[in-house]
Design a protein around this ligand. Structure first.
Ligand code: ZN
Length: 158
């Protein structure tokens, strides 16, 4: 199951709507091993396409290096489907390289209901999981309050 702050969920849906009909994409980083998405990093779809997304190689390198420096990992990798259902395409499966990541797809196809779904993609196998939005990650740590201005505080756990 993916547990995500409702503010973050709303932010990625807003981004997907804004970029429509181009597929949006980005990452939500969090402390390594925490499974807590905290730091929103909207990214550029270098394919600039309505049916495909591709992270810009330079940007991806920069974002991934930054996460490593911060002791973070990509908890969520998200993108939108603007003309098809919110389900991983064969390309999505092909490029899913992070077995611990929640792959979130926001469906903005006007012919369908707006939907946001979360998947695990491991060794080419797609498993849908529950997505639950919460006001805060209080059960884990009070420091985990999302702030778009400052980014997130470091995890205070252990
Ligand atoms: Zn896709």
């Amino acid at each position: 199951m993916l547990i995500i702050l409702s503010q973050l969920l709303e932010a990625i849906i807003a981004q997907a709507r804004e970029d429509h009909p181009i597929e949006t994409c980005g990452v939500i980083a969090g402390p390594e091993g925490s499974d807590l998405p905290l730091r929103l990093i909207p990214m550029r779809n270098s394919a600039n396409s309505a049916d495909f997304f591709q992270l810009d190689a330079e940007e991806q390198f920069r974002v991934w290096s930054e996460m490593e420096e911060n002791g973070e990992e990509p908890i969520v990798i998200y993108h939108s489907h603007t003309g098809s259902r919110a389900y991983p395409s064969s390309d999505d499966v092909l490029f899913a390289a992070e077995p611990r990541t929640h792959y979130v797809i926001i469906g903005t196809d006007p012919a369908r209901k707006l939907e946001t779904r979360s998947f695990r993609i491991i060794d080419g196998e797609i498993t849908e999981e529950k997505l639950r939005s919460v006001e805060r990650y209080a059960a884990h740590c009070d420091a985990h309050i999302y702030s778009p201005e400052t980014g997130s505080p470091a995890c205070q756990l252990s």
